[in-house]
Write a protein that binds this ligand. Structure first.
Ligand code: DGJ
Length: 745
């Protein structure tokens, strides 16, 4: 894709007094939609490379979205056909959805903002005040300021435009502009943004599941009514904060697809409101369920971001653009362009039963097979003998590590690997020193002790924040740690904030999340070289809020390679492979599969090993050495290439996907034959042809099987994309292949 210069066309307001004059002279009747169309339309149009987002400013100073979809010429924007949010016709008032819909006026919309003023008024009436465009590092941000007609509330609606990727980030800023200290404003719902799509038959793709089975792709047609996907318990194992909407005509390669992500790690929500024979409105942001926020005079509240994208080339391009966006703009800058190291993590091997000698032995084998980062998971601190014990202590367990962690860390470094450590800062066990001394540090309601096996610290409380910052800073400064795996295994069910400053009780969830972010950011600024991995009972905190602060993610505690193919398929809709950590273990939930197959599954993301490598035979080690070498060779394409799911994971037992270098010079194709596993596959297509994607039509590519280094053939890109490659075959069940394609020079 060529990068074209952003054309953010700001419309002229100089004529506003003239329009008003015409309006007053001719009266309401004369101020029709036609007049709006015939005069240069007021408002804004955001033209990205393949999409147009059109906002208009009505005569009564409302900002309304009238078009979001495939790119159209400016002249076409005047045509009524495109104006699906028909703002001027009184008969269409049901469809008049403002850009920032509020509670107030007709309630036929999903509000982005709901507030109550000190005198009990719960109605907002926002009109346009001003706008400006900021340009930073070549990226433009439009800011439209709205103000309530009477009450002291100012809202800025922000649009950061990534024109080459057809993605727009939205967020809102709310300011209490009063100078009178009695004029507080209670925010009862603040989402990040809304989009309105024209009437059509839509299919929603969502990624849902549960612990051990995250990111399962589900597709549902949207019927009239409101569909909600949300998180209420502080974890996203059940739904990922992402969606994709397509029409019933859209394919992988053609037609419209819209997608979006809420960049937030606390409770979040998406609402899809489909009106009968009419528009679809989508809103998302923080889930204000059992939450509110008191905005005092002079204070500002900033919503997290929501990003919306549009692809006119079907769902494949939507995925590619989302991946490029995360890799290029979202992930923390410091390690953004670094290849993620091959890691070893011993959790599934030894759980809490760890010690110095065993870790050193594991490190020796890890280094021998080519691992680059050695991670000690849970179990290293005082009293950590089981899941209900010791959490919250930062003192190293002297029984397991009599000399502290230093000997293991030094050994790992001497072997040329980085050293990583697991932490779970937000939770404590009953017997942790910090909890024994400060039980009020945890979330709880009085007389509602639930006796959970671990308790969530209330980091909204500044004392808790300071305690964690000091403990983690001490840990990182006293030990040469290169990598932190940051876990969170509690669900929040009693969000009581003991001793909360008056009126702030229901702000606890938001303040907690803000302080978790602040904690990570402060640690990153103090220890900039450290790489961070987000984890929450598997893939429970994989969102763009956390992934703008952490470099990679643990996807699921289910490491069975067959289940993993499905989990990774879902994950890959939303996020790029350089964030997707995948371990080779011995977990077998269905049928045994070979070590080669396990390596091939994990090589589609950030390769990790989690098996008991100290017990591996020489044969196993030989396989591992070869597979890790292969991974290092294909890693730049896997981690930074464009991803295509070639054969549909759900319908076909022969699964294949592909990564293509953005310069189209090389590609990697993975094939997995799972015919013996999937019950719905009876076809056993021996002659299945897999059409590759994203190659250059006129180029010739050599294809090599990396396992035996044999040349599969030399083909033209056009042939590979139109006729395809024969799906390889072996007699063994659960076979896999990795092919590399390189342009013939
Ligand atoms: C849950 C994580 O998902 C696992 O990988 C592991 O780190 C355990 N927690 C440790 O308690």
């Amino acid at each position: 894709m060529k990068i074209r210069k952003l054309q953010l066309l700001k419309r002229c307001y100089i004529h506003a007094p003239l329009y008003l004059f015409v309006f007053l002279i001719l009266g309401t009747q004369a101020y029709t939609q036609d007049i709006i169309k015939t005069v240069a339309p007021q408002g804004w149009v955001i033209q990205t490379q393949h999409s147009t987002y059109r906002l208009i400013l009505t005569a009564d100073k409302r900002v309304r979205p009238v078009y979001y979809g495939t790119k159209i010429a400016e002249s076409d924007l005047k045509k009524e056909d495109f104006w699906f949010n028909n703002v001027q016709k009184p008969s269409n008032w049901v469809r008049n959805i403002d850009e920032i819909p509020v509670r107030g006026d007709f309630p036929f919309k999903e509000p982005v903002l709901e507030a109550m003023f000190a005198n009990g008024v719960r109605d907002l009436d926002m009109v346009y005040v001003s706008d400006e465009i900021d340009v930073e590092n070549g990226v433009s941000t439009l800011k439209i300021v709205l103000r309530d007609k009477f009450y002291p509330v100012e809202v800025t609606s922000n649009y950061k435009v990534f024109d080459d990727l057809d993605i727009i980030e939205k967020w809102i800023t709310i300011k209490n502009t009063s100078k009178n200290k009695k004029d507080n404003v209670r925010l009862e719902n603040v989402l990040s943004g809304s989009i309105v799509l024209p009437h059509d038959d839509y299919i929603l793709t969502q990624l849902s599941g549960h612990e051990m089975n995250e990111f399962q792709e589900e597709q549902v047609p949207l019927s009239t009514g409101v569909k909600v996907i949300e998180s209420k318990a502080f974890k996203s194992n059940f739904h990922a904060p992402w969606f994709l909407i397509k029409t019933d005509q859209t394919t992988k390669e053609t037609g419209s697809a819209w997608f979006g992500s809420v960049h937030y790690s606390g409770n979040w929500v998406f609402r899809f409101d489909k009106k009968f024979n009419s528009t679809l409105q989508i809103v998302g942001g923080i889930n204000f369920w059992d939450t509110d926020w008191m905005l005092m005079p002079g204070e500002t509240f900033i919503s997290p971001k929501i990003s919306f994208g549009y692809s006119p080339y079907g769902t494949d391009q939507a995925t590619i653009n989302q991946h490029r966006y995360v890799r290029t703009y979202v992930l923390p800058e410091k390690h953004r362009h670094e290849l993620r190291p091959v890691l070893y993590n011993g959790w599934e091997n030894s759980y809490y039963d760890i010690n110095e000698k065993q870790q050193i032995e594991l490190a020796n084998v890890a280094s021998e097979i080519g691992v680059e980062l050695f991670v000690v998971d849970d179990g290293w601190f005082k009293n950590r003998t089981a899941s209900d014990s010791g959490l919250g202590n930062y003192e190293i367990d002297k029984n397991k590590f009599p000399n502290g962690l230093k000997p293991v860390i030094d050994h790992v470094h001497k072997l040329g690997m980085k050293f990583g450590l697991w932490v779970e800062p937000e939770s404590v066990s009953d017997n942790a020193d910090v909890f024994v001394k400060n039980p009020h540090y945890t979330f709880q309601f009085r007389e509602r002790e639930k006796g959970r096996y671990r308790k969530l610290l209330n980091i909204a409380n500044e004392d808790v924040y300071e305690h964690l910052l000091n403990s983690l800073s001490k840990l990182l400064s006293e030990n040469a740690i290169d990598f932190i795996k940051w876990d969170q295994n509690s669900y929040l069910s009693e969000p009581g904030w003991l001793n909360a400053p008056t009126g702030l009780e229901r702000e606890a969830r938001i303040r907690h999340t803000q302080n978790v972010y602040r904690l990570v950011e402060t640690l990153r600024s103090r220890f900039p070289e450290v790489i961070f991995e987000t984890c929450a009972s598997g893939g429970g905190r994989v969102d763009l809020g956390m992934l703008s602060r952490m470099d990679q993610a643990w996807v699921s505690d289910n490491t069975d390679p067959l289940d993993r193919l499905f989990i990774q398929h879902g994950y890959a809709q939303m996020l790029p492979a350089n964030t997707m950590v995948s371990w080779v273990t011995s977990m077998t939930r269905h049928q045994p599969v070979s070590l080669d197959f396990r390596f091939d599954v994990s090589s589609g993301g950030v390769l990790g090993i989690g098996a008991n490598i100290a017990k591996w035979s020489e044969g196993d080690k030989t396989i591992a050495i070869k597979k890790i070498e292969i991974y290092k060779r294909i890693r730049p394409v896997v981690q930074y290439g464009d991803y295509y799911a070639l054969t549909a994971v759900k319908e076909n037992s022969k699964i294949s996907y592909q990564y293509v270098n953005q310069n189209q010079k090389s590609a990697v194709v993975f094939f997995f034959d799972t015919s013996h596993f999937l019950p719905n596959n009876r076809e056993r297509k021996s002659e299945l042809k897999v059409r590759l994607k994203g190659l250059e039509a006129g180029q010739r590519y050599t294809i090599k099987n990396l396992d035996d280094n044999t040349v599969v053939g030399e083909f033209d890109g056009r042939y590979l994309m139109n006729i395809g490659l024969k799906f390889p075959a072996k007699n063994n069940p659960f076979s896999s292949w990795v092919y590399i394609l390189e342009v013939v020079r």
